[in-house]
Design a protein around this ligand. Sequence first.
Ligand SMILES: Cc1ncc(COP(=O)(O)O)c(C=O)c1O
Length: 359
Amino acid sequence: MSDSDSPQSPLWPLEDDDVRDALLAAYADGSWGKYHGPHVPRLEAELAQYFGVPHAFSCASGTIAVEIALRALNLPEGAEVLLAAYDFAGNFRAIQAAGLRPALVDIEPNCWRIDVSQLEAAVTPETKAVLVSHLHGDLADMPAVMEIAQRHQLQVVEDACQSPGAVIGGRKAGTWGDVGTLSFGGSKLLTAGRGGAIVTSRPDVFQRAKVFCERGNHAFPLSELQAAVLLPQLEKLDARNQRRAAAVARLRDATKNSTAWNSPPPCDDSPVYYKVGWYLADPAAREATCARLQSAGVAIDAGFRGFAKRPDSWCRKLGQLPEARRAAEATITLHHPVLLADEAELARAVEVVREVAGG
Ligand SMILES: Cc1ncc(COP(=O)(O)O)c(C=O)c1O
């Protein structure tokens, strides 16, 4: 499913007095209707500070952020970019749109991260970059990715669209790679309905991103109004991420004895939950399982389709990609709004999940 097909939740976006005040203030000072105002530069400065990098650059969506990031790396025309064979569909397309060629690597079993043990074998003289995503509350092994990337002089795009605020080895997800990407889409943890950004420590990458986007005017802009509503949400991100993680611990506990639902192995780092993923032992049961949960008011649906079945003429594939195929058939993901719901709503969702999972 594409992001904008994510289940519409009555619980999202959150009612938030600070967002309402930001909207009213943007109305009062007229910044809502201006090309340029204080909110976009302030948001970019606060994103850079939050991520601990010198540069953040906002744009119209996470999808275009990934393409801008790839273009800003200045890769040779037609160069190969490694990516997991299970990822957001727009990432495959972003590689093509940037005039590059996807090369697919499998993921690790029972989670959704690129399998770094296969990364090195996938590198050819044409390979110039890796695109790595953190998905469904799982985190890619960035120290290992960076070590291999450095050895083979590959540049790295780190997609943190699903994981703003996650921490890997003491460092924010999105800041390990040469450039990181964020989404502010309508279902995302920081939402402006639409929007995105890149974050980077490299001045040349920042500069190239700007040049690509500026065509007399900004071609893929975030508006003043969008930036205005994101600012108060950024301040609350860490506290909300902590509450979401506590709710996920209860959900994982509810499924820990299930033989039908499998959680990924626990992770030492601090993931962030936009979607909470499980693997179903019986993929054939997925449609009925999701339907049962949805009819009980719990927003769970199938994960991504993945790319393993894409034609060989579109991409190079490292092996048969069995784990990505399994992820595409067996993944279910719970949509995050319930994680911040009141106790009664959350407890009810936990019990529904326990009952359906047979935990
Ligand atoms: C991993 C990942 N990357 C990129 C995007 C694209 O973000 P947007 O919907 O803002 O275009 C998404 C959206 O769900 C995503 O999950």
